[in-house]
Design a protein. Sequence first.
Length: 194
Amino acid sequence: MFFVLSGVWLCRSFMIHDLLYSLVLLFALAVVGWTLLYERRTKICAMPVMPWVMRAAFGLLAAHDPDRARACKIADLGCGWGGPMMRLAGCYPHAQVTGYELSLWPYLVSKFRAMFCARVRVARADFLATDLCEYDILFCYLSPWHMEALKPQFARLRKGTRIVSCAFEITGRTPVATAHVPGPVRTPVFLYVV
Ligand SMILES: C[S@@+](CC[C@H](N)C(=O)[O-])C[C@H]1O[C@@H](n2cnc3c(N)ncnc32)[C@H](O)[C@@H]1O
């Protein structure tokens, strides 16, 4: 009897284990597949900026925009999984931070993270079809294609708006400061003041 019951218990736990394993695997595949599907629409993957590059970007901003205590509006164009967006909210304690994200899973993760800070909002919206004039600071970690596509919106920004771009410059504009961040891949960071 003992062996029969132990056998049944073992089979059950293996079945539950297998089922759980399959569910986790399916979920992971769905997240990766869905994110790759969105990549075709957004022309970029949801790759987060490296922490040391983000630190350099914030360092440039701090050097050229020392008044972090002022109330201002900040946008992370393509906020991905929400890392820089949340860090910006931490660095600017009185700022309203908006993250724009189209890709479903990164959007959901960012939205979840934003629940813990009332000053952070995440919009499932195309930043290329959004009026960006209200912002004082724009954070970008995109691609040369996006930086080119954003040019008409950059041209309409208010005087004094800061654009910090990790890795990709805005051709035709002169940055007020540039940092070259050492690491496995040497990455430039550009700061523009409109
Ligand atoms: C390279 S990731 C950067 C993520 C985040 N800013 C970071 O540095 O960790 C670029 C993100 O922009 C999003 N994206 C690209 N084009 C977009 C658009 N037109 N509107 C909204 N999000 C977009 C992509 O889905 C992707 O998650």
